[in-house]
Write a protein that binds this ligand. Structure first.
Ligand code: NAD
Length: 260
């Protein structure tokens, strides 16, 4: 149902972003992927999207902490495919430290990547969407856009910021055929999470089971990780015409975390 549309997903060389890219390509959209990683691995993913789904896929290595590189990425997308119809602001990073010891450069990085990059990509995407009277802007927020955890001041501030930014742009574009929403996952099963398990087992003397249930899933009542494909399925639904009335929403997909 997205044939002829163009989707740009930031931070889509791994994890949730890659799942979004696959889901959108699976529905027929041409996709622009972005993020860091081994060039050979990225090319494999890019070529795989084209081969598996019969769409075109473009890679941008833009560093989203740099506004000039975001502008170049948006221009490359428009040059290749016409304007961006679906923008997914997804790139993000984390750093954990108490506020009085929080490295200033980590604060600046997290605000730039998790919040300001979405502002730049969105401001550059909106005019093209307005011209077509159709657009979808979706940001990956987090359960941390609704609640806090200690030692994550920059991440929680950026994610609360994304939720507010989403509402604001939704109001500004409400009569333009554009919807603007954010998705707030709890703990998602990505390589990043999986790779933390052996270290935590060792440093805390716990079994794999204990690390999963008592550390990682402590706040998630279902005791199940969210799967990247489940997050992508929600984004795909937001791209449908049936979802045209959903705008300015912050949609939780967190196994009950924020209900507690
Ligand atoms: P990930 O580390 O697997 O993916 C992050 C992506 O961002 C990668 O493609 C990476 O290359 C890219 N990236 C990093 N720095 C970049 C930069 N400067 N410029 C451009 N791209 C850059 O992480 P993930 O778990 O898939 O997270 C994706 C999003 O989901 C983030 O916004 C994260 O905060 C959010 N989120 C994740 C979880 C979770 O449990 N994994 C939960 C809630 C929200």
């Amino acid at each position: 149902f997205l044939k002829g549309k163009t989707a740009l997903v930031t931070g889509s060389t791994s994890g949730i972003g890659l799942a979004y890219a696959k889901a959108l390509a699976g529905a027929g959209a041409n996709v622009v992927i972005n993020g860091f990683g081994d060039p050979a691995d990225i090319e494999k993913e890019r070529a795989g999207l084209e081969r598996d789904h019969g769409v075109r896929a473009l890679y941008s290595g833009a560093d989203l902490t740099r506004p000039d590189e975001i502008e170049a990425m948006m221009k490359a997308a428009a040059d290749a495919f016409g304007a961006v119809d679906i923008l997914i602001n997804n790139a993000g990073t984390q750093h954990v430290a108490p506020v009085d010891q929080f490295p200033v450069e980590k604060w600046d990085l997290i605000i730039a990547l998790n919040l300001t990059a979405a502002f730049h990509a969105t401001r550059l995407a909106v005019p093209g969407m307005r011209a077509k009277k159709w657009g979808r802007i979706i940001s990956t927020a987090s359960a941390h856009s609704l609640v806090a955890s200690p030692n994550k001041s920059a991440y929680v501030a950026a994610k609360h910021g994304i939720a507010g930014f989403t509402k604001t742009v939704a109001l500004e574009t409400a009569t333009d055929g554009i919807t603007v929403n954010c998705i707030s996952p709890g703990y998602v099963w990505t390589p990043l999470v999986e790779n933390q398990i052996p270290d935590t087992m060792k440093t805390r003397g716990l079994t794999r089971e204990q690390v999963m249930n008592d550390v990682l899933l402590a706040a998630q009542p279902t005791k199940q990780f969210v799967q990247p494909e489940q997050v992508a399925a929600l984004a795909l639904f937001l791209c449908k015409d049936e979802a045209a009335a959903i705008t300015g929403a912050n949609l939780s997909i967190d196994g009950g975390w924020t209900a507690a």
